[in-house]
Design a protein. Structure first.
Length: 113
């Protein structure tokens, strides 16, 4: 997808600090971390947001959720962690390529909205 920041990261046109990669998924460190550990997990196929998840592409989302505990364990997030996906403007989504934030490494605020 042209002009998609995360598609450019997947293509290697923009550098990232990768923590995990396979054929369908990439995980890398957020450039502006909001917690000691802040990782973004993305599908390599361009899905704009949670709203774009369908029966045809949801297998990669299931795969991401199987990987998240493995990534959290590798990052030693033994005290727990939060998984967040902002969908659309009211949620403050700034990059229109589906991504799941993994946040941890400290006791996180309980604020949800
Ligand atoms: P969201 O606001 O939920 O759409 O999340 C987008 C996230 O992408 C933010 O946390 C940004 O800090 C992060 N981000 C933006 N550009 C980059 C980049 N080049 N490398 C890593 N993370 C980025
Ligand atoms: Zn994209």
């Amino acid at each position: 997808m042209e002009n998609c920041l995360f598609c450019k990261i997947i293509a290697g046109d923009i550098p990232s600090t990768k923590v995990y990669e396979d054929e369908t998924v990439l995980a890398f460190r957020d450039i502006a971390p909001m917690a000691p550990t802040h990782i973004l997990v993305i599908p390599k196929c361009h899905i704009p947001s949670v709203d774009g998840i369908t029966p045809e592409n949801s297998a990669v989302v299931a795969h991401i959720f199987e990987l998240i505990p493995q990534i959290a364990a590798a990052e030693k997030l033994t005290g727990g962690y939060r998984v967040v996906s902002n969908c659309g403007p009211d949620a403050g989504q700034t990059v229109n390529h589906l991504h799941f934030h993994i946040l941890g490494g400290k006791e996180l605020s309980v604020q949800m909205a």
